[in-house]
Write a protein that binds this ligand. Structure first.
Ligand code: FES
Length: 357
């Protein structure tokens, strides 16, 4: 069962004009349950303006550091990110859920692998954790980072990246791309596009020798890079990605209702969570299991509500559901009847789902 724990802010500083880096003061008794894998995220929760606000932020430290730290970039109009950047202070309390997420590959000290990553802006946080962890634990591995930002001033963790470059100078290479500042080398100006990817995959990246690629940024960037890498010969199962979630309803979401056929008049839903059963009836067409359950008073784990973070994952034991969107679950998870409850709409008059997985 997913639970929130109240912790204090141990440290906080502005990394760039609009990004605050927050370190949590984890009491010893929580350190085991908050153990994490590089690339995983925390869910932060705060009541702001009377609303239960939850956001996911990736840990930027290595699990070996025993430090729980995230970077929060201020989004224009973003309630939580504005609060974190403008009001949050050392010593304040905040609720956090233990780390989760599948955006990683296991480390193995006996292998020598070449990793690459394409990142935009605050997408650096999980990747920074991976770079440190893989390079520290795998003495024979290398990492190439292609990092896109607006200007050199807005590069998050620039100093730490440069220190890592010095420390692992033979095994870690970074290429900064800027969109709003001219660099002398024309190739490093502007976003990743097909043309740049063609050059990168021919000259900077040895596709055959690349073990894994990690992508973190907005959807359009990720899917373009993914497709170009696959076209260049990198197997899709070696490409791992995590999307930024915009919070806006997508076209796919809005069109979803039209794709539903033979929707039942009502669905008797049973939710199993923490070993207990919760029963209710859903009548609203196109409503997700999560929203249906929350409106009936259930206390279930969720964060993004956008099909991205997988916090709301559950297993369908009986009945049928259809997901509006899925940016989080992989095929092997779908094969086990796992669904994202924030996206799953019931298609049968009875549905039983289990959150204790
Ligand atoms: S709450 Fe994030 S995927 Fe459902």
């Amino acid at each position: 069962m997913a639970e929130f724990y109240e912790v204090k802010i141990a440290d906080l500083y502005k990394e760039t004009k609009d990004t605050v880096v927050v370190t949590f003061d984890l009491p010893d008794q929580l350190k085991e349950i908050f153990g994490f894998i590089q690339g995983q995220h925390l869910i932060l929760k705060k009541t702001l303006n009377g609303q239960d606000i939850r956001r996911t932020y990736s840990l930027c430290t290595s699990p070996d550091d025993q430090i729980w730290r995230v970077a929060i970039k201020q989004i224009p109009g973003g309630l939580f990110s504005t609060y974190a950047n403008e009001q949050l202070a050392i010593g304040d309390s905040i609720e956090i859920m233990n780390p989760r997420g599948n955006f990683y590959v296991e480390t193995n000290p006996d292998t020598s692998r070449n990793y690459i990553a394409f990142v935009a802006g605050s997408g650096i946080t999980p990747i920074l954790s991976m770079i440190k962890t893989h390079l520290e634990r795998e003495p024979g591995s290398t990492f190439k980072l292609f990092y896109l930002n607006k200007t050199s001033q807005s590069i998050i963790f620039k100093e730490e990246i440069e220190q890592l470059k010095n420390r692992f100078f033979e095994r870690f290479h970074v290429f900064y791309f800027l969109t709003q500042e001219q660099r002398d080398i024309e190739f490093l100006n502007g976003r990743f596009d097909k043309e740049k990817m063609a050059i990168l995959t021919k000259t900077f990246i040895d596709i055959e020798d690349t073990a894994h690629c990690f992508l973190c940024g907005p959807k359009d960037m990720i899917f373009l890079i993914r497709d170009e890498l696959i076209a260049a010969g990198l197997p899709s199962e070696h490409i791992h990605y995590e999307l930024f979630f915009s919070g806006e309803p997508s076209t796919a979401d809005l069109q979803f209702a039209e794709t539903l056929e033979n929707v039942p008049d009502g669905t008797a839903v049973t939710i199993i969570d923490g070993g207990k059963e919760f029963h209710f009836t859903m009548q609203e067409a196109n409503q997700s299991l999560l929203d249906g359950a929350l409106s009936e008073g259930a206390d279930l784990p969720f964060a993004c509500k956008g099909g991205v973070c997988s916090t709301c994952k559950c297993k369908v034991l009986e009945g049928e559901v259809k997901m509006k969107l899925n940016y989080a679950l992989e095929q092997h998870e779908l094969d086990q009847n796992l669904v994202l409850s924030c996206q799953a709409v019931p298609l049968t008059d009875k549905v039983i789902v289990d959150f204790d997985i």
